[in-house]
Design a protein around this ligand. Structure first.
Ligand code: AP5
Length: 216
């Protein structure tokens, strides 16, 4: 199964992508996680993208396409993958089509998680991340057992630098300008499935399973 998660920042794409990844044993390819890892390791790429990400802007299309092309050539994507955060522009979507065509593959499901701007700002200001294992929490809807410590590796949880309300609003504007047209791109290709992302996580998972046709 070749799947794309689409939706505004904080819609719950990563949360659902991790669930699908575990359920169907597919690699979860998050371009945001890949870029943050480069930033953490202070690589040339990480240094190049840091300012862009912290300002809530988009990294250049040609750079992102090169990253995804390399990642999709790895053997673990042979029986499918979940793309989370890519494509984010129509140009990236077209490039992805070309890459997949050259591999004899195509996108089968585009899961569009729909949530309003106000919900997003609220959710992202209460998101917390484990800097060690990447697990995502929410101090309102999905808090850790121990105050501010990861349930798995007990590291102190952090707030993502681009989760400040003013940066979230910027990210949302960028999303409206550049990513909404991607939704129309896939709607025309009859592979788009819209999910109400304001529902509780478990209900959203049920909707995802209904669409992908798996049993819970
Ligand atoms: P990226 O990391 O992809 O950020 P994003 O798309 O803005 O999405 P988020 O990770 O913020 O949110 P999410 O939808 O995954 O929500 P989550 O599940 O965590 O990209 C970051 C940056 O990298 C970009 O701004 C850009 O600069 C750059 N970049 C990346 N890809 C690029 C590309 N292709 N081209 C150019 N630049 C690129 O959930 C959010 C919170 O809500 C969590 O706390 C969670 O616990 C909670 N939650 C989840 N679901 C629910 C629910 N149903 N109810 C209540 N709470 C919920």
């Amino acid at each position: 199964m070749n799947i794309i998660m689409l939706g505004p920042p904080g819609a719950g794409k990563g949360t659902q992508a991790k669930f699908i990844s575990g359920k169907f044993s597919l690699p979860h390819i998050s371009t945001g996680d890949m870029l943050r890892d480069e930033m953490e390791r202070k690589t040339d790429l990480g240094k190049k993208v840091e300012e862009i990400i912290n300002a809530g802007k988009l990294v250049k299309d040609d750079l992102m396409v090169a990253i995804i092309k390399k990642r999709l050539s790895q053997p673990d994507t042979k029986s499918g993958f979940i793309l989370d955060g890519f494509p984010r522009t129509v140009s990236q979507a077209r490039s992805l089509d070309e890459i997949l065509k050259s591999m004899g593959k195509r996108i089968e499901f585009v899961l569009y998680v729909e949530v309003s701007e106000d919900v997003i700002v609220k959710r992202l200001s209460s998101r917390r991340i484990c800097p060690k294992c990447g697990r995502v929490y929410n101090i309102i809807s999905n808090p850790p057992h121990d105050d501010n410590l990861c349930d798995v590796c007990h590291a102190s949880l952090i707030i993502r630098r681009d989760d400040k309300p003013e940066t979230v609003r910027n990210r949302y504007r960028v999303y409206l300008d550049l990513t909404l047209p991607v939704i129309e791109y896939y709607r025309k290709r009859n592979v788009l499935f819209t999910i109400d992302g304001t529902l509780p996580v478990e209900k959203v998972k049920d909707m995802v399973l209904n669409i992908l046709g798996g049993a819970k």
